[in-house]
Ligand binder design. Structure first.
Ligand code: DQQ
Length: 538
């Protein structure tokens, strides 16, 4: 059975056709949000990479513009790869991106808007003094890319970091400049790790004392971040020593989410907004047949948790403007081994579901013991060994989304929690999982289980745990405990499509669980319009 090519998203960003990957140069400038992204104008596989461009006034509806940056010169003739935008103090935006030059070296180039009076900044000019940063002697010219947004130091110099590697060591190397034109490498990297190449670094403050350094690991295709202290005078970044730094570090998302980048949204309040790319998990042949591949995750507001030990993410509020009719469930007990349908949505294939589940006090003891061997093992391994149908003491309970109408027997994607006892300090351990093993009857799909631990103290929440899931045809994007643990998964139902998709609550645990509330909203589609006739014909 083949993947249904009608599984395009309704409100997750994607262009009309072809391949997309990393978000690039995201910024807010004079009332307009700009999203650039890696794009193949010729097909649904990676290649011929240019910076496609879209603009929005609300992060929901988008106007598609012609590509802004594409190969034109010796310094980017073989591709225009990822990079970032910086708005200079005089209000001029500047883009710094990686060009693949004639010798296939990775170099960094700048581009400026051609006409600042064009509200969409459609055209970008690349000065002929490019490249502005080339890999120095002894550096790996085949792995030197993805410059960050720049920031000003107390000495009036600009700084930015670039991702690279030295053998197996990934590095975020630092450069400084007075004029954005001549750049000098710092003596020391900002940070490094024994993880292989660091792609798409991102570095930004989350409050007056803490910074975030995020990197994308090309070996494992996931991202991790540290929180730490950045000394602006010495350009020293010291990650919080109590947090893991490396492959077992904290992640924005424990699912399909890569090459992400934040920007400071200076519109109403100063919010930090995160964009990330979600690749397909069907086959290349499916992508070519569908004619499209890749979506952007919903932009997420990023804040520091009150205890300062992790980031918390939440879909930007603007997304709620797409909510339509909704169905409400209050205080329903789901008995052990039972499920029920959340009926009444015109289509459960495009929905926003907010729910809270409560484990009764008396049932807490039924939680399985957390196997000490799992400590330090990643959540994904635990969840892969105990999928949505493996009965536990407390849980698995949660949602079956994109489910077929026969009670999800043919197809369903499970988003759920599992509770264990005897975690550190006697706390319960909460695991959040996404099990797509039953998501589709189609062949040739990659269906990994994704999972992350949720830092929630059930003794303090009265046994409650919250879940929000954005369902969008082939995207299941979930936020556990108000954004503490996030998991995005791509699935390709063949039965549970359009108005045939259903939504269920299930409980495969030994203990009953209460849905204290659940609101499921139908979601309207975002408006994706084309600015010029030629864009639709590319
Ligand atoms: N994608 C870009 C690179 C980046 C990688 C090329 C990450 O600049 O390192 O399309 O997905």
């Amino acid at each position: 059975l083949a993947v249904d090519d009608g599984l395009r998203t309704g409100y997750h960003f994607q262009p009309p056709k072809h391949w997309i990957n990393d978000p690039n140069g995201v910024m807010y400038y004079k009332g307009v949000y700009h999203l650039f992204y890696q794009y193949n104008p010729k097909g649904a596989v990676w290649g011929n990479i240019v910076w496609a461009h879209a603009v929005s006034t609300d992060l929901v509806d988008w106007v598609m513009l012609p590509p802004a940056i594409y190969p034109t010169a010796p310094f980017d003739v073989n591709g225009c790869w990822s990079g970032s935008a910086t708005v200079l103090p005089d209000g001029t935006p500047v883009i710094m991106y990686t060009g693949i030059d004639g010798e296939n070296r990775q170099v960094q180039n700048v581009a400026y808007p051609k006409d600042l009076s064009d509200p969409y900044l459609r055209e970008w000019v690349k000065p002929d003094y490019n490249p502005v940063i080339s890999p120095g002697p002894g550096m790996n010219a085949a792995a030197f890319r993805d410059p960050t947004t720049a920031w000003l130091g107390p000495d009036g110099l600009w700084r930015l970091v670039i991702g690279t590697k030295d053998n197996h060591r990934g590095l975020a190397v630092l450069y400084r400049s007075r004029d954005f034109k001549r750049w000098a490498p710092a003596n020391r990297a900002l940070h490094s790790g024994d993880t292989g190449m660091w792609e798409c670094p991102d570095f930004y403050p989350v409050n007056d004392t803490k910074h975030v350094l995020k990197v994308s690991l090309d070996l494992t295709r996931f991202e991790y971040y540290t929180l730490g202290e950045y000394d602006r005078d010495t350009d020293t970044y010291t990650p919080d020593p109590s947090l893991a730094d490396g492959n077992d570090g904290l992640r924005y998302d424990y699912g399909n989410f890569y090459a992400s980048k934040t920007f400071l949204d200076t519109s109403k309040q100063q919010q930090r907004v995160l964009w990330g790319w979600a690749n397909e998990s069907d086959s290349t042949a499916d992508d070519i047949r569908k004619g499209w591949a890749g979506v952007q995750a919903i932009p997420r507001k990023v804040t520091l948790s009150p205890d300062g030990r992790q980031l918390v993410q939440w879909p930007v509020a603007e997304i709620e403007s797409l909510r339509g009719a909704h169905v409400n469930v209050t205080d329903v007990l789901v008995k052990s081994g039972h499920h029920f349908e959340v009926a009444g949505l015109a289509s459960a294939s495009q929905a926003d579901v907010e729910a809270a589940f409560q484990v009764m006090d008396m049932d807490m003891d039924k939680a399985e013991a957390f196997d000490p061997a799992w400590r330090g093992v990643d959540a994904q391994a635990v969840c892969a060994a105990r999928g949505a149908d493996a009965k536990g003491g407390v849980g698995p309970f949660g949602l079956w989304v994109l489910a077929s109408g026969d009670g999800g027997q043919e197809e369903r994607t499970a988003v759920f929690f599992r509770v264990f006892k005897d975690g550190d300090g006697g706390k319960h351990v909460v695991l959040m999982c996404n099990d797509p093993s039953m998501s589709s009857k189609a062949d040739g799909l990659y269906k990994p289980t994704f999972a992350g631990f949720v830092d929630v103290d059930l003794a303090k929440t009265g046994g409650k745990i919250a879940l929000r899931t954005l369902i969008d045809h082939s995207v299941v994007e979930s936020f556990g405990e108000y954004g503490k643990t996030c998991i995005l998964s791509r699935v390709y139902p063949t039965k549970a499509v359009g108005d045939k998709a259903r939504l269920y609550v299930f409980n495969n645990g030994e203990s009953d669980v209460k849905v204290t509330h659940l609101n499921a909203y139908e979601m309207r589609s975002a408006k994706i319009t084309s600015d010029t006739a030629e864009q639709t014909s590319t």
